[in-house]
Write a protein that binds this ligand. Sequence first.
Ligand code: AGP
Length: 625
Amino acid sequence: MCGIFGAVAREGDVSGALLEGLRRLEYRGYDSAGLAVVTTRGDLEVRRAEGRLAALAARLRESSFGGSASVGIGHTRWATHGAPVERNAHPHRDCGGELVVVHNGIIENYLDLRRDLAARGHRFASETDTEVLAHLVEENLKAGAGGPADAGALARAVHVSLAGVRGAYALVVLSRSHPHTLVAARADVPLCLGLARDATYCASDVPAFLDRTREVIFLHNGEVAEITAGGYALRRLEGERVERAPTRIDWDAAAVERGGYPHFMLKEIHEQPDVLAAAAFDRLDEARGDVRFEDPLFDDDERWRKVSRIDLVACGSALHAGFVGRFYFERLARLPAQADFASEYRYRAPLPADGALFLAISQSGETADTLGAAREAARRGLPVAAIVNAVGSTLWREAHGVVGTHAGPEVGVAATKTFLAQLVALYLLAIRAGRARGALTVEQGRSRIHDLRALRAHLGALLEGQTRAAIARIAEREKDAKGFLFLGRGLQYPIALEGALKLKEISYLHAEGYPAGEMKHGPIALVEKALPVVALATSSPLLEKTFTNMQEVRARGGKLIAICSRGEAAASEVADEVLEVPAVPEDLAPLVNVIPLQLLAYEIARLRGCDIDMPRNLAKSVTVE
Ligand code: AGP
């Protein structure tokens, strides 16, 4: 939610870098965008525009900055307080036009702060919570000793200002009188620094500067950074100095480009065979029929034997992966497992169980509800493990043990390759737990590893085969349907949920995912010709029962699209349209079956003219409750 970016260079103009950085962060919010720089003439100039970044770029072409600038900040907004209009766009100014602030997060006590500041004569130009920060720093900068020559004055003013602020924030302050410094701070919202030879960057996420440097400092909660072209100084809010070695990020810079695909989502769908390999293959130990993780937490057999229950907790697609994970732990490791919405779990006061393991799943590692649930679990004394894609993210750092999904950066707002990588990580963890607990023999472990290796070719074949043409045909026919129903049983039920979520979020069509056997208890009333029903009917011991549910749809005039294993003849007799997928072992079918559903959502959204990578009202990383 909101992307922030700042740059201080030794020389040259940073406005191009700022726009480019914002472009790479636009997936975080796209209600409005803005830039501010201090020019070599000493002017603090601000440009803002409602809507997408393209509108800001156009504004800059009409009205460029009055000179070159080696320091600046930018913001792309996902609106919380105040409508998505230009006056609420960041950067926000103080009264005197002396400084500007960009912010991601929510200032909880902003109304009190605003009232006090207004009583002291401050004038507000927006409805945002952020603007109080600009006025607070303004006051404390004036009150503090030292003028422009006092390099530390701005950082001190930020320190003092934040003492009275409650809430979650990542923020960056730029001041006209301190044109060689940016001051950044973080509490519960991600912020990192990129260290290059001739410039220093700060951003909400690494891809913003990945083409300029791979040396990254992740700020921790309660830290303030004073950033100059030559580096940075880090302090805790209480004042004590912090030293931290940079993390080297090995993501490929090209991964954050579309690489010839019309949309990131399509590119990311096509990356899935390689993502499977990256998430799994180096961890497979054929000789022992087992899996080896980098984090010692997962390698301790004794520890696994003592685990009595797994609490899988996540949001959105990651939770759907968790629903699949529940089956994996129960089947492969004979380990009781439950999966829950993070936003519910954290306030439900779940009963503690001796030996329970909390397992959070998150692409970004920054989702506020998932972090809140993980912290609540830790507070109750549970060990917290996490499956995370974003290296160095908050969840990554706070969990007691982490399985990285190695999917690389995902830019499309709809999760695709990271969902698959989460399924892979859960499957691997369940094998590990199964081997450690004696629920899987060496031979059984080997056979599952073998299946996983073979899956890469199946995913590749699915993406290159005829399925795409069949999906395009269905999409053309159903793009104006009144809604969709997705049905599945067992392991396929979470995939029905995921198929419905993909369609909803990028095409704005109503869609529901339902357990096929439960449909007769209500949703069957929806069935009619205008409601396409997608049935997940690949090989499984429950297939006959799924066929029965498909017959129930057909008997009521419903239009049936079936996802079936290649060679599954019965399906063609029941369904109006069959999408064939490679036949794979039942436990791996979720990784295969989700792909046609991702493509179906993509094609329908494309035909409906929707903004696929940046759907309305959404943001990639949900850092507010
Ligand atoms: C999926 O397509 C969504 N954009 C969303 O549901 C997402 O999975 C959810 O917000 C969780 O995000 P996380 O994995 O970064 O925690």
